[in-house]
Design a protein around this ligand. Sequence first.
Ligand SMILES: NC(=O)c1ccc[n+]([C@@H]2O[C@H](COP(=O)([O-])OP(=O)(O)OC[C@H]3O[C@@H](n4cnc5c(N)ncnc54)[C@H](O)[C@@H]3O)[C@@H](O)[C@H]2O)c1
Length: 243
Amino acid sequence: MKIAIVGAAGRMGKKLVELANGTELEVVSKIDIAEGYDRTWAPGTEGVVDFSHHTAVAEGVAKAAAEGIAYVIGTTGLSADEQRAVDLAAKQIPIVQSSNYSLGVNLLIELVNKAAKTLDDAYDVEIVEMHHKHKKDAPSGTALMLARSVAEGRQVDLAKKAVYGRQGDVGERPRGEIAIHALRGGSVVGDHTVMFAGDLERIEITHKAQDRTAFAAGALKALAWAKGRKAGIYTMRDVLGFA
Ligand SMILES: NC(=O)c1ccc[n+]([C@@H]2O[C@H](COP(=O)([O-])OP(=O)(O)OC[C@H]3O[C@@H](n4cnc5c(N)ncnc54)[C@H](O)[C@@H]3O)[C@@H](O)[C@H]2O)c1
């Protein structure tokens, strides 16, 4: 399968190119705004993996939709308009979109959902993520996926329950709040903890990514899975058979 990597000069892009080498996936275009890279993909490309910047995604999915090829989005931090462009393109092509392509985090999402269904809102939910100092968006797309999983498990509207960090005289913690905190520093690949804090006990479920290969391998698997599927938006949970 002939594939293109968007964001090929980046931390994830380099891993993807390295990992695809020696598999049945042939990287025919390495796309990036950096010097020495392709600006678009070659004719005959059969699928695209995008780990770049949110401003690149709308154009990428529109081009893929016009050509009828599968698109895997790892890029996070999309605006509402950019997400609408993705949803529109998904009417024509298969798109896999996930803020985290690792097996472990997708399992974490399932576990957190089960915990949220089992424990009532006497257990306060605090989600803490930490990433390297170069990460541009906050909180991480993965932290948001985890928050959505908690909200879904509790059958509440996340927009009404979410709080992002705390500062100043915020008063007592309201029951049912779902709090999300973003830490940045050093070279941390990606840590996520979901805490259910009750009066008598506390449960903490943690995932720590040790190497970006975990994400790159999942994204390449997702592209091979998506090829030839009917149009629509899929997640890594679909690819792994969890959904
Ligand atoms: N879904 C996941 O599993 C997962 C895992 C890790 C990172 N990410 C996300 O992937 C993205 C990239 O992460 P990274 O750590 O590799 O970042 P990075 O900054 O190292 O790399 C991004 C690359 O994209 C390039 N780029 C920027 N604008 C572009 C454009 N318009 N067209 C083409 N290329 C462009 C940059 O030049 C850079 O080389 C981020 O959004 C990050 O949050 C997702």
